[in-house]
Design a protein around this ligand. Structure first.
Ligand SMILES: [Zn+2]
Length: 149
């Protein structure tokens, strides 16, 4: 069992290194500093400089996980409301070192509610994760509840 855990850790480290290398090559012609960067690096955050993002499902060792300090309730889609669809959508959110949600994935899906859940979580504000007392980007899970009554 210990051996299995160890091999998982090794695989994760390798994935991390690959991601770090890939990020260095994202610059193109500098026509105005911000315009030259890949737009998805900045989705949800206006800070111009970011650390390399951990790929989804990559485990990053942190001392403290990112914590939501401001949540925005989702807008209930009318079609889902009429169909009587409710429940919990779990969104994985990449929280950058400034505390903003810069990428998302659906972890637990309710097809008619996923888009509304993601739109809400993108507006959440976080206290960023800390590693060695420094803020770092980190994936966290954000559960979004949809209740009809
Ligand atoms: Zn940021």
């Amino acid at each position: 069992m210990t051996a299995a855990l160890r091999s998982t850790a090794v695989a994760t480290t390798v994935a991390c290194l690959v991601v770090a290398c890939g990020c260095v090559t994202t610059w193109s012609r500098p026509e105005g500093e911000l315009a030259a960067q890949k737009p998805e690096l900045h989705a949800g955050c206006s800070e111009p400089v970011h650390q390399p993002r951990p790929e989804y499902k990559t485990r990053v060792t942190v001392d403290q996980l990112a914590e939501a300090i401001r949540k925005v309730a989702p807008e209930y889609p009318k079609t889902a409301m009429e169909a009587g669809i409710e429940g919990m959508v779990v969104v994985a959110a990449l929280v950058c070192e400034h505390g903003h949600v810069v990428d998302t994935r659906i972890v637990k899906s309710i097809p008619m509610l996923d888009a509304a859940a993601v739109a809400a979580v993108q507006q959440w504000t976080y206290q960023p994760a800390l590693a060695s007392r420094k803020p770092v980007p980190c994936w966290v899970e954000a559960p979004v509840m949809f209740r009809l009554h």
